[in-house]
Design a protein around this ligand. Structure first.
Ligand SMILES: Nc1ncnc2c1ncn2[C@@H]1O[C@H](COP(=O)(O)OP(=O)(O)OP(=O)(O)O)[C@@H](O)[C@H]1O
Length: 683
């Protein structure tokens, strides 16, 4: 065991594989050794000083630099184009790599057939007084033709496999297309761009076949190093070998440069200081918010400018809803996966252009409103969106992340950084200001993302489960932080969550979505205390039983599949007996007795059950029960009661439920149709 160099244990390679690998390495390196033995090393400087050698070296360097610059200029846009989805893109991708795979001399002939005197464009070029073939320009064109695909392929692969979240975030922060491209997309794929550029440069340096066919071999004009090496080989082997050494050295430098992990090189030490050198903490940056700012609306802010109206149809996703939120209120969207919560957030934030209805914030129309339909893009709506992935830009410092939005809004760099620091102080993350965005924990990243969103001065904050990936403690901290910052800024909040604690801590009202429709809504306390949809019932731990409604409004009953009758009180609205219905049974309404121990009193529901599981829930125990038809109920009892009753999985018991605590409802189909908006709001 080596304590000094701990390494992950790997499975050893089979001996034949190892041998073949070594053979492969030898096949690649031996020719260099062979070449090295033939070179007259002492004479190399003198040989390179000769006229033909200097001419070839100078020409190669000049043409390669120009060809690489052209490859970057044309190749980057081409890679961006090929990384998108459009009809025929697959064919275009194949065509883009073709010059890589065709023999270079064929590439030269193809260029000659196009740009040569008798080529496709030759006569037109000649008429314009432009001679291309057999000139230095032809050398550059040949190099671009064979080398640009290396850059395009490398960059396009990186672009296609990148996570688009960072760019989406940039849009919501107000970045236009050029800013997104220059400050987010290209920095994200910078390593691939560097690798592709180096490969293109290396390929240009070594280009021979296309050059000789299209440009010929005229000393000082078209005779690049590979051509010179080839031609000098017979007459002056020593010069040829000296040139070969230079070519190999150049390639080595280019390839080595791409292997250096530039991004992980340590930053200059002064960049890590806090507070940043140019920013000094002022008394207003203590993180303590003056108490008067806790009122709503905060001083100087217009309350009415923060209401939300959202009504839209998105037929492609089967979502259509209408939602109005008063300024300064907090509304939570809950519902099963795929019910349309994120779609609603995206429509409000301007990431999705819905088909019908209209979206407005504070009465300002942002989307729809036919016939004069408008669409205000994301980032220009006064709507800040935080989603599950914080999307902190890894290639920027935390401070620059938060300054990004203000910069997009036209603030000067220094002012934007000042603003960013204020926001970081307000979320308790100022000490992270100069950390790279890639070096944050989940909780830190969530704080930074919140600061960054609030630095855009939004009227509305949309939280699409930004706390979902956090652990319990970080989640609790973040919840408190969001509540405090929303109150301080007087924001209107739209929140998506699956966590009851988020609802109780943050939401004034809850709107429940199922299959893209609103099925329940109301004040948080009421929805949680008396859920009327199966989703909220499950969310609050209430058991939901399905069956057929019977009895009348005075004495309604749900008849289960095995004939068990569950008495309850009518939910709203009461449906005609005979329809499908639900019984919502809260866990605290369920009492457990031994099988024959429930005869005392006059319980309306004494149901035989089987214990299926026991789960600890704090100091109590959650007892999962199965009714005769297999449907589940949950009871919560003390650990002592488990022992007293001798409850264990597989054991039988009697479950007593007071009818007054059981709510009987018509099943959701009937309930939801009332709340849903028409799918087609406008043609
Ligand atoms: N990019 C997309 N393209 C097409 N359909 C989509 C896309 N994203 C989601 N959908 C569909 O839209 C519907 C609503 O999805 P949405 O993501 O809004 O649900 P959600 O309630 O946010 O779900 P979750 O809780 O899983 O995040 C689903 O049927 C889903 O399959």
């Amino acid at each position: 065991m080596s304590a000094r160099h701990p390494r992950a244990a790997r499975s050893p390679l089979p001996a034949p594989v190892l041998l073949l690998g070594i053979l492969g390495a030898a096949a690649l390196t031996l020719p260099f050794v062979g070449l090295g033995t033939r070179v007259a090393w002492a004479d190399v400087p003198m040989l390179l000083a000769s006229g033909p050698a200097r001419a070839a070296l100078g020409l190669s360097l000049r043409t390669c630099v120009i060809a690489t610059a052209v490859s970057v200029l044309l190749g980057v846009p081409l890679a961006l184009l090929l990384a998108r989805q459009w009809p025929g893109v697959r064919v275009a991708r194949v065509l883009a790599v073709l010059p890589m795979t065709m023999p270079p001399v064929v590439a030269g002939i193809a260029l000659l057939s196009t740009l040569g005197k008798r080529g496709l464009l030759g006569p037109a070029l000649e008429a314009a007084g432009v001679q291309v073939s057999f000139t230095t320009t032809a050398v550059v064109i040949a190099q671009v033709f064979v080398s640009m695909p290396y850059l395009v392929v490398t960059l396009e692969a990186a672009l296609r496999s990148r996570d688009g979240q960072a760019e989406t975030v940039a849009r919501t922060l107000g970045a236009g297309p050029w800013t997104v491209l220059g400050r987010v997309t290209l920095p994200l794929v910078a390593p691939a761009l560097a690798r592709g550029t180096a490969l293109a440069l290396g390929r240009s340096l070594g280009e021979f076949g296309a050059t000789i066919a299209f440009a010929g071999s005229k000393e000082g004009v078209t005779r690049t190093m590979p051509l010179a090496i080839y031609l000098e080989r017979e007459n002056d082997t020593a010069t040829s070998l000296a040139l070969a050494v230079v070519l190999i050295a150049l390639s080595l430098v280019v390839v080595a440069a791409t292997s250096i992990p530039w991004h992980s090189l340590p930053l200059p030490r002064e960049n890590w200081c806090y507070p940043p050198r140019e920013l000094v903490l002022s008394p207003t940056r203590t993180g303590v918010i003056p108490h008067e700012n806790w009122c709503y609306p905060p001083r100087g802010q217009d309350a009415a400018g923060r209401s939300i109206h959202l009504s839209f149809t998105c037929a492609e996703r089967g979502v259509g809803l209408r939602l109005d939120v008063e300024a300064g209120r907090a509304v939570a969207l809950v519902g099963p996966n795929g019910s349309g919560k994120s779609t609603a957030c995206a429509v409000l934030a301007g990431l999705l252009d819905a088909e019908g209805g209209s979206v407005s914030v504070g009465g300002r129309l942002l989307d729809g409103g036919a016939p004069g339909s408008v669409f205000v893009p994301a980032g220009r709506r006064g709507v800040a969106l935080l989603s599950q992935a914080p999307g902190v830009f890894g290639h920027m410092s935390v401070l620059d992340n938060v300054a990004f939005g203000p910069r997009c809004r036209g603030l000067a760099r220094a002012a934007a950084r000042e603003r960013a620091l204020d926001e970081l102080v307000a979320v308790g993350a100022a000490h992270l200001a100069h950390r790279p965005g890639s070096q944050l924990s989940g909780g830190q990243a969530a704080r930074v993302a919140l600061a960054r969103a609030l630095a855009t001065d939004p009227a509305v904050l949309v939280l699409d489960e930004p706390m979902a990936a956090l652990d319990v403690t970080a989640r609790q901290d973040m919840r408190l932080l969001v509540a405090r910052r929303v109150a301080e800024e007087g924001l209107t909040l739209l929140l998506v969550t699956h966590d009851v604690l988020d609802l109780t801590a943050l939401a004034d009202e809850v709107v429940v979505l199922e299959s893209g429709r609103v099925v329940e809504s109301g004040p948080t306390a009421r929805v949680l205390a008396a859920p009327s949809s199966s989703f909220t019932a499950h969310l609050t731990g209430t058991s939901v039983l399905a069956g057929r409604l019977a009895g009348d409004a005075e004495a309604p009953v749900l008849v289960l599949a095995d004939g068990t009758r569950v008495a309850g009180r009518p939910g709203e609205p009461w449906e005609t007996p005979g329809g499908q219905g639900l019984a919502l049974v809260p866990p605290d309404a369920v009492a457990l007795y031994p099988v024959d121990g429930a005869a005392h009193g006059s319980p309306r529901n004494a149901l035989p059950v089987t214990v299926t599981a026991l789960e600890r829930a704090g100091a109590l125990v959650q007892v999962r029960l199965a009714l005769g038809d297999g449907q589940g109920l949950t009871a919560v009892v003390t650990a002592g009661a488990i022992a007293d009753l001798g409850l264990e999985p597989g054991g039988a018991a009697t479950c007593v439920v007071k009818a007054v605590q059981v709510r009987l409802l018509a099943s959701r189909g009937a309930l939801s149709s009332e709340a849903a908006v028409p799918r087609k709001e406008k043609s």
